[in-house]
Design a protein around this ligand. Structure first.
Ligand code: FAD
Ligand code: EPU
Length: 344
């Protein structure tokens, strides 16, 4: 166990806070021992830190998930059931699937983070969501040490949401393994997302295989999103908001070019928060070392020495401005981590 450790390398925003303790977790048994030995200490489960914003030093113990292993459980002509331990890197798992010709997650290539965190916000990109291939999620209840398995239905998946993201469940269930169902024979790749099709057309690929789709997604992501190794960020800072159709039609009168996506509920449309923030004039704005990315207004960045509070102050200004300009309340996608002696 490491004591008084800097978390700068453990979060992609590169926020320089400290944790009282940090444990590298290689097995479920280790989680159980820590719960037993340190039951009173605040605990934070951490994957690759690509969706967190630290507001303070963390007065407790960070459990850094490194539980590795991929195991095929069942294979038929049409599909494959595979258990993946939570400490595996998500993108490496995607490439393992692609290289073995197992379909279903190729559109989710290059999303940072661990497999164990993927269910947390039901990661999604380029027309796919991880819920579509999740069969069940294996956890340890950190309050009782009991194992608890969530069926797909019990996970309550929605857009960037699951039961694990509910405030009362955060750091309650340690996700140590995820069971996936991936596809083999008869699987059709999904290239409906315009940008993927454009890349494939440019490369003259008519009948794309899994690898072609994954490579197209990687191309698009690398051209659009800042690399956290160079500029600290956590991807989209806010979720794309859902608004009532009525309200959207009113917005359209003022902003005829406003982009939108239809949703399953015909009375709700989803609007890209990036467009709202960009159109409100925030793109490229910088306050000290906290800024709005010059190419993608939905991504807040740390140019070096910003604190979590600097980033949060900027986010709060954006929320207030978007509320005032469009009467839309933006919700952060990023998880704020704020455990000090005072608020535990
Ligand atoms: P962390 O940041 O370590 O943790 C996130 C939250 O989950 C925290 O609250 C943590 O306490 C909790 N947690 C972590 N592990 C566990 C566990 N084992 N059990 C229970 N709780 C846990 N997301 C998308 O959906 N789509 C994208 O396209 C996308 N693009 C991104 C691009 C960039 C450049 C970056 C930096 C981020 C992007 N993200 C995207 C966000 C991020 O990659 C995902 O949310 C990812 O799943 C986070 O994984 P992580 O292991 O880094 O989680
Ligand atoms: N846009 C602007 N200005 C900007 C940014 C975007 O006008 O500065 C417009 C674009 O022109 C486009 C629309 O907004 O019309 C949507 O932009 P984009 O395709 O880049 O997607 P996004 O809505 O910003 C979402 C996800 C991403 C995911 C991509 C691809 C959310 C909150 N974000 O981004 O997920 O990778 O779609 O599917 O849903 C993440 O969650 O961290 C993340 C990066």
């Amino acid at each position: 166990m490491l004591k008084n450790v800097s978390l700068k390398k453990y979060n992609t925003f590169g926020i320089d806070v400290k944790a009282d303790w940090l444990a590298e977790i290689d097995s479920v048994e280790q989680v159980l021992t820590i719960i037993d030995d340190l039951h009173d200490m605040p605990k934070l489960i951490l994957g690759e830190g690509s969706n967190v914003l630290f507001l303070n030093d963390f007065k407790g113990i960070v459990l850094h998930n490194k539980i590795k292993g991929i195991k095929i459980i069942e294979e038929t002509e049409n599909d494959i059931i595979v258990d993946v331990n939570g400490g595996e890197n998500w993108h490496e798992f995607v490439m393992w699937a692609v290289n073995n010709n197992y379909g279903g997650i190729e559109n989710l290539a290059l999303i940072p983070g661990k497999v164990g965190t993927a269910p947390m916000q039901n990661i999604g990109a380029y027309g796919a969501e991880v819920k579509d291939v999740i069969d069940r999620v294996y956890t340890i209840d950190m309050t009782t040490c009991a194992p608890k398995t969530f069926s797909k239905d019990a996970c309550g998946f929605g857009y960037r949401h699951s039961v694990f993201k509910l405030p009362e469940n955060k750091n309650k269930y340690f996700i140590h393994k995820v069971r996936f169902k991936l596809y083999k024979k008869g699987y059709q790749v999904n290239t409906t997302y315009g940008a993927i099709q454009n890349v494939l057309n440019r490369k003259n690929i008519m009948n794309p295989c899994l690898k072609d789709v994954a490579e197209a997604v990687i191309d698009i992501r690398q051209s659009k999103l800042p690399d956290p190794k160079i500029t600290g960020n956590a991807g989209s800072f806010f979720k794309n908001p859902f608004v009532q159709l009525e309200k959207f039609k009113n917005l359209q009168k003022t902003y005829p070019d406003i982009p939108f996506y239809k949703t399953e509920n015909k009375n709700l449309v989803k609007i890209p928060a990036g467009w709202l923030i960009d159109r409100a004039g925030w793109k490229g704005k910088r306050f000290g070392d906290a800024g709005v990315h010059p190419k993608q207004a939905l991504v807040l960045v740390n140019y070096g020495r910003a604190t979590g509070k600097d980033i949060k102050n900027l986010a709060d200004k954006i929320i207030a401005d978007i509320q005032e300009k469009y009467n839309i309340l933006l919700q952060p996608e990023v998880n704020f981590i704020d455990i000090t002696n005072e608020n535990h």
